[in-house]
Design a protein around this ligand. Structure first.
Ligand code: BYC
Length: 472
């Protein structure tokens, strides 16, 4: 269905048929714009940016490119086409028709899921607010802004659900989504990772690779929901999420490539020499990887979770790609989980439904491996002997069984003293951060790229890599 761009709020949900909802969302719109101008990309609001905008939700038509100033971006409400006769794919209501309204008994948990998802979207815009000031190229600057405006649209997606299906509570939650602030001591964003600082582009690329991929998995779980409007909005969001992860995959890949090139040119594996040549040494890249991977692993919640169990039982949130599983009910099955015991590790059989967070986390980590392999191939091609590796799911955890249970990046249990002594080897130190920050000098001449990152292999939408993607 085409998107109606004649409306103040572009949409494919026939918003004009429901005047009350339309008025409520039109009342929220200026608050969103105020928030965007205050907390969106700093210093570029009046600049022309080459951006992609959704014009319809089908496979061919949804991406249209053009030059816009970000506050004029057409944020709107787009749901994937309904699947006629769709039935519930998991949980106790398996096989029954999907719901087009929220059942009273599931109002609170559904609202909680939508609010938690929605909260991450403005949070990420806030986290990335300053990055434009230190872009490594105009191409990267444009990609950052593309991600930013789409996260803004993902906020719209959740706010639409809150306004349309949760009455006054929903409207209040929509306002609260604009009131919390990433990193704020009094009113922080809900989930840990979304309160972390992203002060540099290496962190941004890691965040896009690891944290946006958590977004993909969570959205896939919600795309299975029996509440069909939620499922449809998440299906469309997933098409945009893929691009965000590719920004991370390609971004880290270019930083790794540059490091390996410098190592080959200088014939050294000395991190200090790589740094002196203006690149980021591979051990530092590994430490940033360890940090963002472990923080994103926490976003799946506790290994055993009654919230996750009831969300599954009640058909509110499924597993990503639910069809690939044989059993969609999981009432009497168990799964073996490892948990700390004394200073060792014990295995315990746990009811499958209680372990849904862990099942998602495992699938996520398997997919995270793919990018690591690609990066390692490029290191190998440069003739350098170094391999990046994913940290173990037990490493540096702040949530769940492994919270405050010191483990090394291979997952072996260690003492708190051993852990403290190795922090500088495993996680970014203040020296690393200062070094990276010093590298972050803006490069804004079309076609030029900072010293610490390889140029992109191709431009955007068939344009040259040296196209003037942002007019300064
Ligand atoms: N930090 O039973 P538990 C994205 C809370 S990213 C802080 O283990 P549950 C994006 C938890 O909320 C995807 N708190 O958790 C990416 C709960 O609190 P309440 C975001 C945490 O409920 C990049 C309590 O601890 N979407 O889209 O089974 C850029 C008990 O925990 C954390 C979603 O997350 C944490 N890491 O699972 C832009 C989907 N982990 O409720 C965007 C919606 C847990 O008792 N959310 N807690 O006050 C969910 O499905 C679930 O809320 C979670 C947690 C999977 C997050």
């Amino acid at each position: 269905m085409a998107v109606d761009y004649n409306e103040r709020i572009p949409n494919n949900v026939r918003l004009s048929d429901d005047r009350r909802l339309q008025r409520a969302l039109e009342a929220w719109q200026p608050h969103f714009l105020e928030w965007w101008k205050e907390l969106g990309p700093d210093g570029y609001q009046a600049k022309d940016v080459y951006l992609r905008t959704a014009t319809s939700v089908d496979a061919e038509g949804w991406a249209t490119y053009g030059v816009v100033k970000m506050p004029d971006y057409r944020w709107g409400i787009f749901l994937a086409e309904p699947q006629p006769e769709r039935t519930i794919g998991f949980g106790d209501a398996f096989g029954e028709p999907v719901w087009h309204e929220v059942p009273g008994e599931f109002r609170a948990p559904l609202r909680r899921l939508i609010v938690t998802q929605g909260d991450t979207e403005p949070a990420s815009v806030e986290q990335l607010r300053q990055l434009g000031q230190t872009c490594p190229s105009l191409y990267d600057l444009r990609n950052l802004f593309q991600v930013n405006v789409e996260e803004g649209r993902h906020l719209w997606a959740m706010v639409y659900l809150l306004h349309a299906y949760f009455g006054r509570d929903g409207r209040e939650e929509a306002e609260a989504l604009l009131a919390r602030r990433s990193g704020d001591a009094d009113n922080p964003r809900i989930l840990g990772t979304f309160n972390e600082r992203i002060p540099d582009w290496l962190s941004f690329f890691m965040f896009s690779y690891f944290t946006d991929r958590d977004g993909k998995y969570q959205l896939k779980g919600l795309a299975e929901s029996a509440f069909d409007p939620l499922a449809r909005t998440c299906r469309f969001m997933l098409t945009e999420e893929a691009y965000h992860m590719s920004v991370g995959q390609l971004g880290v890949g270019r930083v790794v490539k540059r490091a390996a090139e410098v190592m080959r040119e200088l014939g050294t594996d000395d991190p200090a020499a790589v740094r002196r040549a203006g690149a980021i040494d591979l051990p530092t890249i590994q430490r940033y990887l360890n940090f963002w991977c472990s923080s994103s692993v926490d976003l799946f919640g506790s290994e055993i979770s009654t919230n996750a169990a009831s969300n599954f039982a009640n058909s509110l949130k499924g597993r990503p790609d639910e069809v690939q599983y044989e059993d969609h009910i999981c009432r009497d099955t168990t799964i073996a989980l490892e948990r700390p015991q004394g200073d060792g590790v014990a295995t315990e059989d746990v009811a499958m439904r209680n372990a849904m967070n862990e099942i998602m986390r495992r699938a996520y980590l398997t997919e995270c491996e793919i990018g690591i392999k690609v990066w390692n191939r490029s290191i190998k091609r440069a003739g350098v002997a170094f391999e990046l590796a994913l940290p173990h799911a037990r490493f540096n955890r702040k949530i769940g069984f492994w919270e405050n249970q010191p483990c090394d990046p291979a997952g072996r249990r260690i003492t708190p003293e051993q852990s403290a002594a190795r922090q500088r080897d495993w996680l970014p130190s203040s020296d690393d951060r200062a070094f990276i920050q010093a590298l972050m000098q803006p490069v804004t001449e079309p076609g030029k790229v900072a010293s610490w990152i390889a140029p992109p292999e191709r431009g955007v939408n068939g344009l040259a890599a040296d196209h003037e993607y942002v007019k300064l």
